[in-house]
Each structure stands twice: as C-alpha cells, then as structure tokens.
Write a protein that binds this ligand. Structure first.
Ligand SMILES: Cc1cc2nc3c(=O)[nH]c(=O)nc-3n(C[C@H](O)[C@H](O)[C@H](O)COP(=O)(O)OP(=O)(O)OC[C@H]3O[C@@H](n4cnc5c(N)ncnc54)[C@H](O)[C@@H]3O)c2cc1C
Length: 465
C-alpha cells in the first residue's frame, strides 16, 4: 500500500478524467490520475482529435480536386494514405504529450497501470510488470470511458470488420467500404474514405442518416452524400458478414428484401459501450443500470466517496460533456456549489463536409413537447460569405417557442457550422429571445450572419431572402 493518501484519485485520463484532475488540483486538492494506456483517453488518442486530423486531410484533398472552381489549376494531385494516417497519429501524440505537460504543471501524480476500485476508498493499480500497489483517497472518480459496440452479426476482427480504432490506422486505402451506423462516427469515416476515393455504402437501421439530428438536416446530408457518390441504405440491417473470401460479403436486410454487398472492409460504427468490466464496481457495490453507472446530479454514485463521470454514465457520450461533468464533480467535492449541468443545452457536432451542428430540441421534439412554434430558416445559398467561399450547401434552422420567443433549438448543416453553434449555446444559456438575436449585429460577411437572418426569418423580418 502506498503511504501517500490523496484527496482525489481519478481512474482514467480522458477528457473527463484529466480535466477533473486539473480542476481538483486548482482547488487545492492533492490529486492522482490512474491511466492504463495513453494520457488523454479516447478523445485525444483515438477519437475526436485523430479523426479531425484525418478529416482535415480529406478536406484539403477535396479542395485541391476542386481547385479549378476557385480559378486555380493543380496537376496530378494524389493522396499519400500512409502519410495521412501518420500525420493523424502525430497530432494525437502531440495532444497526449500536452496532457503529460498539464499533469506536471498542475502537480498531479500520474500512476500508470490498470486501476480497480476497492472498498474503503482505495484503488489497486496493476502496472505493466503485474506489480500491484494500493492507493487511498477521500474521493475516487471513475472515468474509464467507452469502447466500440460490437453487433452480434459483426464480430470485430480488426482486419476486415473494423472498430473505429482500426479504421484510423489502416495500412492501405480500401477500395470498397461498408459503414454500419450513421451517427457522428460512421458519418465522419464515410466522408473521409469516400473523399479519399473509396466506394462507400452506409447502412442505417433507422429511416434516415444522422437520426438524432433534425429531419431536414438528415435530408440535406443524404442528398449531398449521394451527390458525392456514396450509397445510402436506410431502414436496413446488416444480418451477417462473411469474411472467408478475399473481401467481405455483407448481408443486408432491407424493406424490399435481402441484398448482398461486396467490400474490402466493414466499419462497425454502431455506438459505444461503457468500460465497466474488471474495475471493481461489484466489490464496492456500485449500482449500474442499463450498462451505465448510476449517479446523481453531482456525479455521486450510491457509495459515498465514489463518483463517476463521462462515457460511463448516462447522457451524451461527448468529450465536452465528460469535461463539464468532471469540473462540476470536483467543484462539489471541494465544497463549492456549482450549478448542475444543463443537459438540454449541450451542442453536438459532426465534422464531415458539410459539417453538422445542433443544440436543443429538433422541430419534431419541440412539437411532441407541446410547443407552438416559430421556425426560421436561412439557406447558405443566400449568404455572401458562403458564396465567396464556394460553400453554398446547407442552412441554419432555428426553432422558437411562439409564446415567449424562447430559442428551443438550433440545427445547422454547412461549412464551418461547428464553430458557429457555441453562439447559440451562449444565447440559450443567457435566455436570449428571438427579438434580441435579430438585433444582435453580426459581422459581414460571415457564415454566422445566417443565424441572425434565420431568427429574422422566424419573425418575418428576414432581409436577404
Ligand atoms: C472515433 C471517435 C470520434 C469522436 N469524436 C468526438 C468529437 O468530435 N467530439 C466529441 O465531443 N466527442 C467525440 N468522441 C467521443 C469522445 O471521445 C468521448 O465522449 C470521450 O473521450 C469520453 O471521455 P471519458 O473521459 O469519459 O473517457 P475516455 O476518453 O474513453 O477515456 C477513458 C480512459 O480511461 C482509461 N481506462 C479505462 N479503464 C481503466 C482502468 N481500469 N484503469 C486505468 N485506466 C483506465 C482508458 O485507457 C482511457 O484512456 C469521439 C469518439 C470516437 C470513438
């Protein structure tokens, strides 16, 4: 048993864990982080950051291939797939090193190894040489994250049936790929591989792609993806994958019957499952419900002194959510009185081209909730900046409550919209009404003018339509 006792031990160093540790240290708490793999978790090493690096390469390639649209001649552009993957890994490594620096700067002890919580507010850590050391703390935060969900019909073999990690580090470009699932992860990989030249088919169980988004966003993306050459099969289910031959034979059950698709690789992008196994939850008696650790609004589990944040608890599996939860959790531990997180005001972004960004209720959800609505929509085809940028696809759609002017939701698809959504999150937090938004001067020419114009459209005051 280590003689050092900590105020806080965080198990897992993803954007939930490392951010919680930094905030705890800022608040004067003696803090340690236990990490079995790379510092920074999935987000920095195998999620948000390396995928955005891959997507950037695809966007650069797309730009170059369309250089003539901008009056520029480029001859013989070709993509070096290995170089693209190498760049992505380099970006991820750099980010992980950044977390190492932040741990040092904030005097946080990094304990390398597999953490298992024990009764009596202890964590047993098994290092790479199988040596076990037990550490004690007044507060233990579980932040062990999540991994790819495996569908029964598609056992991930890392060669032909890929999880997201494998799809990030392929050693050669597949010619044909089937992407199963059209949430953010599936859609981003589909864009990446299609832009790099693969023949991509997306299979989605529900009746539209990006099914959590507003229906109009799904429709627009589907149209643009089809225009870009992708095949989209909705209301369809993969029932079997035969990997015995040179490639894969994918059996898909559709409304019209069964179809067989041939491809080199299949990407299983059907969501994630929380990492709850072999971390001591049963030994301590921590309650789990539907695959997630049960917590209250300050992330306390049913066992005093044990907390959980990020992808192991219910709520959207997003890096910024994990970080926000970590901060609230330790501020409460330190005796502060933070506001609980408003899960109704969490932005969600998909970084394909065009990008998708949204927050709050979709039109359908707002109607279901009984609101009478004012909808304002502004297409980028009417935006000066979008025209100049050659990015006229997409729109901003705002959903207002008719009675009080509350902005219930915002849904965007288009160039740069992932950078625009934070404005909406802020104005919703400040309870800004549609009238105030119309009177908020936006710089010209910017894509963000479309937000002001969409608000104006909701009140029949739109100028540029
Ligand atoms: C391909 C992909 C793209 C994504 N893109 C985005 C995006 O653009 N934006 C966004 O917001 N979210 C994105 N996400 C989701 C985001 O990565 C997660 O929501 C986020 O990483 C969750 O953070 P976390 O701290 O809960 O856990 P994680 O980041 O999963 O970190 C958990 C850490 O705990 C460690 N660990 C697990 N068990 C133990 C143990 N017993 N002992 C010690 N260490 C342990 C793991 O090694 C890992 O480092 C993406 C995810 C994927 C897979």
């Amino acid at each position: 048993m280590s003689s050092t006792k900590f105020d806080v031990i965080v198990v897992g160093s993803g954007p939930g864990g490392y951010v919680a540790a930094i905030r705890a240290s800022q608040l004067g708490l003696k803090t340690a982080v236990v990490e079995a793999a790379e510092l920074g978790g999935i987000c920095l090493n195998w999620g948000c950051i390396p995928t955005k690096a891959l997507l950037k390469s695809a966007q650069v390639f797309e730009y170059i291939n369309h250089a003539a649209d901008y009056g520029i001649t480029v001859k013989d552009a070709s993509a070096d797939f290995t170089g693209i993957v190498k760049r992505s890994r380099g970006v991820a490594d750099g980010m992980s090193k950044g977390v190492t620096f932040l741990m040092k700067k904030n005097k946080i002890e990094v304990i390398k190894g597999w953490g298992k919580i024990q009764p009596g507010k202890k964590v047993e850590v098994t290092d790479s040489e199988d040596k076990k050391t037990v550490y004690a703390a007044d507060n233990i935060i579980i932040a062990t994250g999540a991994r790819s969900r495996e569908l029964p019909a598609m056992k991930i073999d890392k060669k032909k049936i890929l999880g997201y990690r494998d799809a990030m580090v392929l050693d050669k470009m597949p010619k044909k790929m089937v992407v199963v699932g059209s949430g953010a992860i599936g859609i981003e990989f589909a864009y990446f591989y299609a832009t790099m030249g693969a023949e991509v088919t997306i299979v989605e169980f529900l009746d539209r792609i990006v099914p959590v988004e507003d229906a109009e966003v799904s429709k627009t993306l589907e149209k643009l993806y089809k225009k870009a050459g992708m095949t989209i099969m909705t209301s369809s289910e993969v029932t079997a994958v035969d990997t015995k031959g040179a490639g894969c034979k994918v059996t898909v059950k559709t409304a019209k019957g069964e179809e067989t698709l041939e491809c080199d690789v299949v990407l299983s992008a059907a969501g994630v499952v929380s990492n709850l196994e072999n971390i001591g939850l049963e030994d301590v008696g921590i309650l789990v419900d539907k695959g997630k650790i049960k917590v209250d609004e300050y992330y306390k589990t049913n066992m005093p002194g044990y907390y959980a944040i990020g992808d192991v608890i219910p709520g959207p599996a997003l890096a910024h959510v994990a970080s926000a939860e970590g901060i609230i959790c330790v501020e409460k531990i330190a005796g502060q009185n933070p506001d609980p997180l408003d899960y109704g005001n969490i932005p969600g972004c998909t970084y394909c081209s065009p990008e998708i960004a949204s927050v709050g209720m979709t039109e359908a959800k707002a109607k279901e909730a009984g609101y009478e609505l004012r909808i304002g929509k502004f297409p980028f085809s009417a935006s000066g900046k979008a025209s100049a940028a050659g990015a006229k696809d997409g729109f901003v759609k705002l959903v207002f409550d008719k009675k009080y002017g509350e902005l219930l939701g915002a849904h965007m698809v288009g160039y740069n919209v992932t950078e625009m959504i934070a404005e909406i999150v802020a104005i919703r937090k400040l309870e800004t009404t549609g009238h105030e938004l119309i009177k908020t001067v936006h710089p010209h020419p910017t894509m963000s003018e479309a937000i002001m114009e969409a608000a104006a459209a909701a009140y029949d005051e739109v100028i540029h339509l």
